[in-house]
Design a protein around this ligand. Structure first.
Ligand code: NAD
Length: 468
């Protein structure tokens, strides 16, 4: 894909521009707009997931030691479901939507026509490298766009496999994969795209948005944040604990954008919750969790060191009530719980994105809302309670990309809900029909006939007309 200079393959602005030109020509020729093309490409993507399960599982194991169960359920099956839904609903999604008109325009009819945007860029992250790369691609194809996918260099095995499989299965005149890191992504970002979908951290989100602004390109930014879990006392403790564990350590060992980041509970209840977490964690991952095959490792040494620094912060020393074991050579960190960490500690001031779970305590749970709202808006927020009033207050007072009551992370699997952030956790949303919408322009179309031509709208604007 790149040019060779002194034995080094270079992918720069020249190569990026050539790709955009080629895909632009294919889009302009109308190829990607047809129902048949969209259907055939969605089928091919489904085939990628069906026929290469083991290779995908192996790549995820290489990049993250991701357990096979998580690789299958959280990436492969989710992608298959997205493809199947898009295939089932495609005709319906593509159909113009009739809407009512008003008396002012009588007689007339109107409709919303869903138009593809053009050539779109999808930049994805390393933590769910298959799903986060291909799920937006499903939406982009369903909406009739040409697509360039740039997977994360931090998950190299997955990136390589994506490039290989999409090259083999997809129509490369309209769908391409560009592998690479900052240099390659920067070259891509210099180009004029019709939409950029970026998944990753907010710092790079700002870089993406600044590059997009130069061309007035719209963006879909899927970012992160500190997703809190409020735990009330009158709950089914075992179910609560298991669902927190599933959303935290059962999602890539906490390296997931909607994993619980921290817990807020009352002072009185915290010891019971800690005991239950310890008990259930041991049932899931045994007495030596660093050896567990059911926990992903930390993706690389940069992230391992970042997490270790959070643990080494002197403000949290003595606060570890469970776990804390680390193994640098294998990039492992055990599920770790910290109780009563100070609010000014490092761990409470950045997204953790790993297996550490701080608990902060309050006198009354209602205080949680102010704590959450004092930070940037999270991507998700969770509440465990049986108290109807508290549920209502939570929904009313907490602003986050999504909320779940009495579970964690499962809103991701409800395809009738938009998935995205608010404020610092993102701009726009996708999943299900929202993915189709995210990559479509809703064109407003009004139909009129020559009948009923009222002279009132035309000059001269006499006083009589004004009073009418
Ligand atoms: P990452 O390091 O893989 O970066 C994401 C993408 O940005 C990569 O493709 C990378 O090549 C590119 N990139 C990195 N630096 C760049 C630069 N200077 N210029 C241009 N492109 C650049 O992933 P990450 O950021 O470590 O991902 C973790 C973050 O993503 C967390 O904050 C997490 O919450 C968030 N996330 C959000 C979602 C979501 O759906 N909302 C999903 C997963 C992760």
């Amino acid at each position: 894909m790149g040019r060779e200079e002194g034995g080094v393959v270079i992918f720069g602005a020249k190569e990026a521009s050539k790709i955009v030109e080629e895909l632009g020509a294919s889009f302009s020729a109308g190829k990607t707009r047809t129902y048949e093309w969209r259907r055939s490409q969605l089928k091919s993507l489904l085939k990628v997931a069906k026929e290469h399960e083991q290779e995908i599982i192996d790549a995820l194991s290489g990049d993250l030691s991701k357990p096979e169960f998580e690789a299958y359920v959280q990436e492969i099956a989710m992608l298959k479901n997205s493809c199947k839904l898009a295939l089932k609903e495609l005709k319906h999604w593509m159909a113009p939507e009739k809407v009512k008109t008003s008396l002012t325009t009588f007689p007339s009819s109107a409709e919303i026509v869903y138009e593809p945007l053009g050539v779109v860029l999808v930049i994805s992250a390393w933590n769910y490298p298959f799903l986060l790369s291909l799920d937006p691609v499903v939406g982009a194809i369903a909406a009739g766009n040409a697509v360039v996918l740039k997977p994360s260099e931090i998950a190299p095995a997955s990136s390589k496999l994506l490039a290989k499989l999409l090259g083999e299965y997809m129509d490369t005149s309209s769908i391409r994969v560009v592998e690479g890191a900052v240099e390659e992504t920067s070259a891509l970002l210099e180009q004029k795209w019709d939409k950029i979908c970026y998944t990753g951290n907010a710092r790079v989100g700002r870089i993406v948005m600044a590059a997009a602004a130069k061309h007035l390109t719209p963006v879909l930014l899927e970012l992160g944040g500190k997703s809190p879990v409020i735990v009330d006392s009158g709950i089914n403790l075992q179910v609560t604990t298991r669902r927190i564990i599933a959303g935290k350590w059962g999602c890539n060992n906490g390296q997931a954008c909607i994993s619980p980041d921290y817990i807020i509970t009352t002072k009185d209840f915290a010891p019971k919750l800690v005991d239950s977490l310890k008990l259930e964690l041991e049932k899931c991952y045994g007495k030596s969790p660093l050896e567990s095959k059911d926990l992903s490792r930390i993706v690389n040494s940069n992230h391992w060191n970042r997490l270790k620094k959070l643990l080494d912060d002197e403000r949290v020393s003595g606060k570890i009530v469970h776990g804390g074991e680390v193994e640098e050579t294998k990039l492992r960190i055990a599920p770790t719980i910290l109780l009563d960490v100070p609010r000014d500690s490092l761990i409470m001031n950045e997204e953790i994105f790993g297996p550490l779970l701080p608990i902060i305590t309050v006198e009354k749970l209602e205080e949680s809302f102010d704590i959450i709202n004092s930070g940037t808006k999270p991507l998700a927020a969770y509440l465990f309670t049986d108290d109807k009033k508290l549920k209502q207050l939570f929904v009313k007072n907490v602003s986050a990309g999504g909320l779940v009551i009495n579970d964690t992370t499962i809103h991701l699997a409800v395809h009738t809900l938009p998935f995205g952030g608010v404020g610092e956790s993102g701009i726009g949303a996708y999943h299900g029909k929202f993915s189709f919408d995210a990559f479509s322009h809703k064109k407003a179309v009004v139909y009129r006939s020559f009948a009923g031509d009222a002279s009132i709208r035309y000059a001269p604007y006499t006083k009589g007309k004004l009073r009418l």
